[in-house]
Design a protein. Sequence first.
Length: 457
Amino acid sequence: MNIAIVGFDTEGRATYDYFANVDAGDAGHQITICDQKEDVELPEGAQAVLGNSYLDDLDRFDLIIRTAGMHPRKILDKNPNVASKMSTHINEFFKACPTLNIVGVTGTKGKGTTSTLITSMLDASGKTVRLGGNIGVPPLSFIDEIDKDSWVVLELSSFQLIDLQQSPHIAVCLMVVPEHLDWHADMEEYITAKEQLFARQGTADVAVYFHDNQTSKRIAAAGQAQKVAYYHSPGAEVIDGKIIIDGTEICRTDELKLLGAHNWQNACAAVTAVWYACLEACNPYESPDISPMREVLTSFGGLEYRLEPVRELNGVKYYNDSFGTTPETAIVALQAFSQPKVAIIGGSIKGASFEELAKTIADSNIRKVLLIGNTSNPAYPPAAPLIEAEFQKLGFTNYELLAKDGGASMTEIVGKARDYAQPGDVVLLSTGCASFDMFKNYKDRGNQFRQAVTDLQ
């Protein structure tokens, strides 16, 4: 088969390795790497089309595998007749995966944490399980380690779901709010993309959704699966400070190592998915063993860049929530702490409104807001003017504007935060915005914050 891999990143490399090694007869597959960057590091002997012509004449290929970050319309605009030939790494994984025991997790935020909790719980239950997808591990890279009895947990973004062709046995939809509207045509396309995770589920499958979010409920209703709400019965819910499912107490919320009430939602989503995964192995008079769920919830402290504790210095605690790139994630991060906060907010816009974030800040225990961003990067318009306008509507003035041409350095930002903070305070990097105006990505932003905090004397 003549295959084009369009976009050669980590996922593209795993796709190349898979097709280079999969049995294709004596001739093997002919694989061509297509990428806009001309300095891509290619596998030895690989064919490639690099530079501005990388999307030209894709109709000559039998199979076109786009990288997740490239919208399908970018390919179709130049090659309108190739829709039937297009696929993705995730689609190819579903086709080749030897097990039906797949749990897919989507939502706006919390996917990584929830997917990791599910994986850890299944592992603690004695199952062979692998975690992949948007969390940074392309699942085709471990497909040789899976058999029919294995479990696979996939964290899946709307970029990966927009043209998904199969659905998992258990699909989970967390809270959904506006996000990636700089990539999607509109909110409707964003929602429709996430619906694909559920659209091909049958009556023997399970669709788990966040009860308190109507968009999540709509997305889970796209297929024919059994619908199970969480944060409400019949799924896991919080009652009197306890996580409970089907009348069974898993643990108390004050035993969770994860910070913030939003992580109660993630914990309930994970418990619900694992409960239904394990329920199938029980006889009608049994319930799943809760000890693995409890063990994980009371020991797992979270992922990098997600309310990650960095350091305590002179009575001030510094937290890295660089993964929080929407106003809603900044809101829940602010609400995770009752003590006074120096909040670092701002970056580049992604089409979201900052009205509710501004209201939350105005009503929170705020020592000072540091409003950051690069005002001179036309490719990534700054959010600072929009946030400042919302502050002004509310009469909120307790902020310092560090957004400027080129942006303040992270060392300067952290230094300002230290100057404002008092013993007992929290310094919180949870910008509510994308990072591309000043940084390579949210990890780069988080790493620079961590380093600047570590360097404080």
